[in-house]
Design a protein around this ligand. Structure first.
Ligand code: SF4
Length: 221
């Protein structure tokens, strides 16, 4: 997947950002290509984000690592026992996830953090592959686009009947996955983007509450 070049616009953006760099990271080598999943393939929790940040994961090569969104996410993950530490600065920072994995609907950093519908569609096979491989008990969708992508897959697999369930922060939908001993769930959360955290649309308490809910669903489905 890290060698995929299916989206011309995104690949050239990732490379361009990696060449130009932000002044604060001028001495660093940027990753500058599709960012792989992070975490265990046996995780109970699969977090689905939108796309790597230009100077975050596109720089460090690890999902949500090295930017403000990641600071919020890993702080919440650490508090809820899904990560061993809050700090996430680079791939050698000692961060380990516990029973959790992180992916995104689009594996390349898009201009203005906005992948097009076509780009998300082109990247969907990687999400499908990730879901098939990990088979998590809980999907946590960060934002409406991640929610739609997981729900689309779930409807296609007949884990969900009818039309797309509506997304809101804290919404929970049961997925009827055949031959699973434990009940499975799709949980929604606002994305911890600066657009949401700076405006107060998403507070730290709101994000913590989603992880408490998620933890409870895994413990007592
Ligand atoms: S967004 Fe996905 S499909 Fe498009 S180039 Fe990146 S890895 Fe490939």
């Amino acid at each position: 997947m890290t060698a995929c070049e299916a989206c011309d616009r995104l690949i050239s953006h990732c490379r361009q950002v990696a060449c130009q760099k932000r002044r604060a990271y001028a001495d660093q080598d940027y990753w500058g290509r599709p960012v792989p999943n992070f975490g265990s393939t046996r995780a109970s929790l699969l977090i689905v984000g939108l796309a790597p940040g230009a100077h975050g994961a596109n720089r460090t090569g690890r999902m949500f690592t090295g930017d403000r969104s990641g600071d919020w996410l890993f702080r919440a993950l650490c508090k809820s026992g899904f990560a061993n530490q809050q700090e996430s600065t680079c791939t050698s920072d000692g961060l380990r996830l516990s029973d959790c994995a992180i992916t995104a609907v689009c594996h390349c950093a898009p201009p203005d953090n906005r992948p097009t519908a076509d780009e998300i569609h082109r990247c969907q096979p990687f999400l499908d592959e990730t879901i098939n491989l990990i088979r998590p008990q809980v999907f946590l969708a960060l934002g409406g686009l991640a929610w739609k992508s997981v729900a689309r897959y779930a409807i296609h697999q007949q884990w969900l009947a009818g039309s797309q369930p509506s997304f809101s922060h804290g919404s929970v939908v049961e997925l009827k996955i055949p031959r699973r001993r434990k009940r499975c769930w799709l949980v929604g959360s606002y994305h911890p983007s600066q657009q949401n955290t700076f405006t107060g649309r998403l507070t730290e308490q709101m994000l913590d509450d989603v992880f408490v809910k998620t933890r409870n669903l895994i413990r007592d489905p």
